[in-house]
Write a protein that binds this ligand. Sequence first.
Ligand code: HEC
Ligand code: HEC
Length: 428
Amino acid sequence: MRTALLVVVVVSGCVQREQAASAPDGGTTATSPDASPGTRSGTPDPSGDGDTVFATGDEPTNPFFASLGTNGRSCASCHDANVGWTVTPQELAARFAQSDGTDPVFRPIDGAVSPNADVSTSAARSTAYALLLAKGVFRVGRPMPDGAEFALIAVDDPYGYASASELSLFRRPMPSTNLAFDAAIMWDGREPSLSQQAIDATLGHAQAMAAPTEQVPQIVAFESSLFTAQTYDNGAGDLRLAHGGPVALSTQPYTAGVTNPQATFMLYGAWQNDPNPRRASIARGEVLFNTHPFQIHGVGGMPDRQATCATCHDTPNVGSHSSALALNIGISDAMRRPPTLPLYTLQNLTTNATIQTSDPGLALTTGKWADIGKFEVPSLRAVAMRAPYFHDGFAATLQDVVGFYDQRFGLHLSPSDRGDLVAFLSAL
Ligand code: HEC
Ligand code: HEC
């Protein structure tokens, strides 16, 4: 069992909690930065704001924030504390405007739709980085694996680059926080350790000439000590008055494979009959997440069965899957592919069956036909801070996430139940 972490510092804030709570619209009143615990941090998100707690106070000096390669990027270029340690279209638009598209996040290697894209003028950069700006996705280039059970028989890449030697896969940066609860690393679980991940990220995203050495354990220690959660809700107020917020999260026990048979999320039960309607809605949403049954069918990696949201998102009070489990819930299916993403046609070498997908997921690591379209179950903490959702940013809002599940599995929820589920997700 991992034991409680000693929390020393809350990332610098800009608004005193008390002021924010008393603002009639829950809006912000900017004051000077203040690093004392209990202050607000992060950019306001659609429903409030979130905080990160660090184990150490010296975060800006960690090599996580240093340029270790040749293109000016640090880990923080794509894992920004203000937006839950990832990137969002809003803050990317601000960076693009401020730098005329030359901020280190905008690099052809994986920020552009193709590494060969023209980035010579401002207008060309808007086109080259259009997918990053629209959905906060980077191009992950991966080859067809040796000995695969399938062949790549057709590529429809709107940007004219992808081939069997390098498929272009457009993916959101998974948050580099709450890693203490991570059973598998990356959307497809392909990295064996955080150390290897940090090395590969430096060589790849930062285009370093050689692997980093002594910085690796420092980066891993830093990122492993981060806990991020929504802290303040515009309607419900301070979420720490129940069991929300990152400090409570940092004390959450975790071992690989752990589940809670009583209930996966036990944060907001005390608000069930609260006179504040938003608090009561969050509490109802938590019950729906834990218990509302629906039938899942055709999910690669899980037999057809009656399930709840918590069947897959089962890590107590976190919502990832507590053991490595890659599933195909259909996000990269051809029917959901927007014209802005490449489409790959794969053929089974034994049966000649074909599948069209915008991202083969785990299958590009294992070479297995059955693994096409499988992705790991992500954590749900601080999810309000980091729209859009799913590996390719398919769902623009949490309402759209719930709409996807409703359409895919038939949740049979009333509009007010759907609102409760969204209110709960927003409070994580
Ligand atoms: C150019 C943007 C970019 C940079 C720079 C970058 N990352 Fe990432 N990061 C991503 C993307 C995209 C993913 C998801 C890719 C995937 O799953 O295929 C990711 C995934 C991760 C994950 C997986 C989290 C999880 O829950 O599994 C960790 C950890 C991580 N990055 C840490 C780092 C570190 C440490 C650095 C610096 C050494 C770094 N990243 C630099 C874009 C970036
Ligand atoms: C059959 C397993 C399964 C069930 C049931 C399930 N999920 Fe998921 N969930 C996943 C997987 C797998 C992903 C990642 C899929 C991808 O991006 O391709 C995911 C992603 C998400 C995300 C996006 C998180 C992010 O960081 O982008 C949210 C939010 C979410 N699920 C909420 C829910 C809710 C709410 C329910 C119940 C209505 C639910 N899930 C039911 C497996 C499941």
